[in-house]
Design a protein around this ligand. Sequence first.
Ligand SMILES: *Cc1c(COP(=O)(O)O)cnc(C)c1O
Length: 361
Amino acid sequence: MSIEKRIHSLVRENILAMRAYGVADPGDLVKLDAMENPFPWPDEIKRQWLEVLAGVAVNRYPDAAARGLKTALRDAMGIPRESALLLGNGSDELIQIIITALARPGAKIMAPAPSFVMYEMTARFLGLEFVGVDLTADFALNVPTMLSAIEKHKPAVIFLAYPNNPTGNLWDVAAIREIIEASPGLVVIDEAYHAFSSRTLLDEIGEYDNVVLMRTVSKMGLAGLRLGLLVGAGQWLGEFDKVRLPYNINSLTQASAQFALGHIDFLNAQTDKIKAARKTLADALAGIDGVTQWPSEANFILFRVAGHGARDTVEALKQKGVLIKAMHGAHPLLDQCLRVTVGTTQENAAFLAALTEVLAA
Ligand SMILES: *Cc1c(COP(=O)(O)O)cnc(C)c1O
């Protein structure tokens, strides 16, 4: 039997039909496509960090409960005492853990659309139906359609990214509460961009027994460590913990994240710089003809180019040394839309100069 034949007879059909999540090789491009914090660590912090790493016993398995790191996360993020905590290898892994635990035959996964792609991809990996419910044209939750979709599909879990990716906005809290109250299943509030947002639901999730909240350290400056956290009732997290691979947070990540959170001031200072740069970038975009943008509570800005194709614009920007992401094609509401991550002052200036040239051509 040929290798192709064997593979086609063994790999699940929905996997055969998929494409792997593509990540472009950025080379020397100004990288504004992945919501990374652009700032390196200060030299003195780096020196102290290396000392911490030198003390890590990599011959041993990591602390399976990551006790030290959990305490540091609780302190740094003000996680309510009564909430339990579960860690993932990025919040991507937490999404996978949650959906795996809830993957009863016929279970459905729901999220507003457009939103973060991993909710749908992970549902598909597990052979579950994903139901996307369109946002309104200005990217607000469409409460009547959400409520009727909930009633019709009875989703096992609804993911609500707050702020939403790729649109950057926060949804109305009263609308979120209506959805939670109508939901027969679990609701996951995904606060991946909490560091840049003016609002959090962390202190409100305890009012509901069907809500958990997810965060990540990726967007606040530690994307390379791969660490996400789930906050919620111990009963829910106890079930999810059974699905978690025992040593999912490696020793270097535990030591590094605990160290960084112990020096949270430098990360907060970087966050403040990014928020200030977001305002400067939005003001500059407002002055470019043919650009429509949406207000952002995250470290990226979604915008539309009129009279130019979004994909052509991304290609032309790449020729000029700047990498951003075309969202066009991901959802009809994202027609001719692009998403740019807020970078350093110099990176943002390079992006703006390139965009101005491309749109003037
Ligand atoms: C980036 C992102 C994540 C994934 O974060 P990781 O912790 O890096 O896996 C989850 N949710 C949303 C909405 C995101 O934008």
